[in-house]
Design a protein around this ligand. Structure first.
Ligand SMILES: [Zn+2]
Length: 131
């Protein structure tokens, strides 16, 4: 298998460390701001309650996305440590370098990502993209 140059791996290691810190900080902020957290009863009227609930839902999906990104980043750092970085987790092929540079925590190559997404969209019966 064609491996990534050590100088590039060092760059990815640094990038992933930065991104992990970034996801963690963003997640902490979102989770901290969640109104449903225990012992927090500062809502004064129903209007506030409604908007608090709406923003809680937003926060939840945001938190889920952040958690997923964080998880992927941690997993990518693990692969890097194990010298398996840049290898698609689905098909085992090397992931395109440009893709890694744009999305260093990605677990799979572009075709597999597209497959994953279309499988997910199929399951949820949301809008289908013409392709
Ligand atoms: Zn793949």
């Amino acid at each position: 298998m064609k491996s990534i140059a050590p100088s590039l791996l060092a760059e990815f290691a640094q990038l992933l460390a930065q991104r992990e810190a970034q996801w963690r900080a963003a997640l902490a902020k979102v989770e901290h701001g969640m109104p449903e957290s225990e012992g927090q009863h500062e809502v004064s009227d129903f209007k506030d309650l409604a908007s608090e609930q709406a923003s809680a839902q937003l926060d939840k999906s945001q938190a889920d996305r952040l958690r997923q990104s964080l998880q992927q980043t941690v997993a990518a750092r693990q692969r890097l440590a194990e010298n398996r970085y840049g290898q698609c987790q689905d098909c085992g092929q090397p992931i395109d370098l440009r893709r890694l540079q744009a999305l260093p925590e990605t677990p799979c190559c572009a075709p597999c990502q597209a497959r994953r997404e279309s499988a997910r969209q199929h399951g949820q019966s949301v809008l289908s993209r013409p392709d």
